[in-house]
Ligand binder design. Structure first.
Ligand SMILES: O=C(O)CCC(=O)C(=O)O
Ligand SMILES: [Fe+2]
Length: 336
């Protein structure tokens, strides 16, 4: 199985931007009420109306257009309404033990826990639907979440940037500090947040890949579906990304609405076909610029790459065997 580096699309890459190829951000509250100048005092061969129209178009282009939110309450953090009590309690305590008490680790480095209230999941899904309906009706072309998903939406693009900042700063970083310190878990400082949608008339599956993130939060929002299992195949650095999977690295995980999976971006994974129904997941790729800078000067990633660790153990095993042989020779005992 060969593997893809899953990335956020750039303006003129796989992602779709405006037909002018400029990556465009949609704003939550559009400035549709912009009043252009009348240009009546302008000395020109062209009608002043032409300049007014031009100004209106430029304003629209620079400051964006967008729909009104369906659920205003989604745009400010209301932790009690968004999160389940067990998750909130663990976050308030912020200790290794409190986090461990609410999660399971089905394979090393994959953490699963209950996170969102059902009402929050429903609200977010209907907000995305509302946004997509508007995109469809206005024939506005939006940037898709990444280079591999054709369906879904970037949450920053319809005003959820502030809430995602908070989600990373106050909820994901404290957990990453405990579980992923060796990949910049303490210094996560930017994110890319999006919703992916699967079903027979959407994306069906997602190929084997690593994320363009240090830490990824993946929460199933709903709705009802069959299939869509997330499969994991071990953590790898750039050099070892296509190396074999060891049997103990295999995990197939079944998504449950409201439940979160937290893993390193370099944990190789993919999603099996959603064979019926409609699956919608919230994904937050969290990055650390400090980690990315430091990584440039490192060669050994055995603290998190499964293959670097295996190679290191093998080197140690060979060197112990060689030392033993040397000692035996010195004592005049021939090795059998
Ligand atoms: O569909 C899923 O649950 C996985 C999504 C994913 O891995 C991604 O978008 O990076
Ligand atoms: Fe992914």
């Amino acid at each position: 199985m060969s593997l893809d580096e899953h990335k956020k699309p750039s303006g003129n890459g796989n992602g779709v931007a405006l037909s002018t190829q400029v990556a465009h951000r949609l704003r939550l509250n559009p400035s549709t009420d912009h009043k252009p100048d009348s240009y009546e005092d302008l000395q020109s061969d062209f009608s002043p109306l032409l300049f007014s129209s031009l100004e209106r178009v430029i304003h629209l282009f620079l400051f964006g257009v967008g729909d009104q939110p369906l659920h205003g309450e989604l745009y400010t953090m209301n932790a009690v309404n968004f999160f389940v009590p067990s998750f909130l309690k663990a976050i308030n305590e912020k200790t290794d033990e409190s986090f461990r008490s609410i999660l399971v680790e089905p394979t090393p480095g994959v953490y699963v826990f209950e996170m969102f209230q059902p009402s929050f999941c429903e609200m977010l899904m209907s907000e995305v639907e509302n946004f997509e309906r508007w995109v469809h009706d206005t024939k506005f072309r939006i940037m898709r979440p990444n280079t591999m998903n054709k369906y879904g939406a970037v949450l920053d693009d319809f005003g959820l940037e502030t809430i995602l900042d908070k989600l990373m700063d106050e909820y994901i970083r404290p957990m990453s500090k405990v579980f992923f310190p060796e990949v910049g878990g303490l210094t996560l400082d930017s994110h890319h947040g999006f919703v992916v949608e699967y079903g027979v008339d959407r994306d069906v599956e997602l190929g084997f890949h690593v994320d363009d993130s240090e830490v990824t939060l993946n929460v199933c929002l709903g709705k009802q579906f069959y299939g869509g299992e997330l499969f994991f195949r071990g953590v790898r650095c750039d050099k070892h990304v296509n190396t074999e999977t060891q049997p103990e690295e295999i995990l197939d995980y079944v998504h449950v609405p409201g439940r979160a999976v937290l893993h390193r971006g370099r944990h190789r994974h993919g999603a099996r076909a959603t064979t019926s129904g409609h699956r919608c997941n919230l994904i937050l790729w969290c990055r650390s610029s400090v980690f990315r800078e430091l990584k440039k000067y490192q060669k050994d990633f055995s603290s998190w790459c499964g293959e670097c660790r295996r190679e290191k153990r093998e080197r140690q095993r060979l060197s112990i065997t060689a030392t033993k042989l040397e000692l035996l020779k010195r004592d005049g005992i021939s090795a059998s």
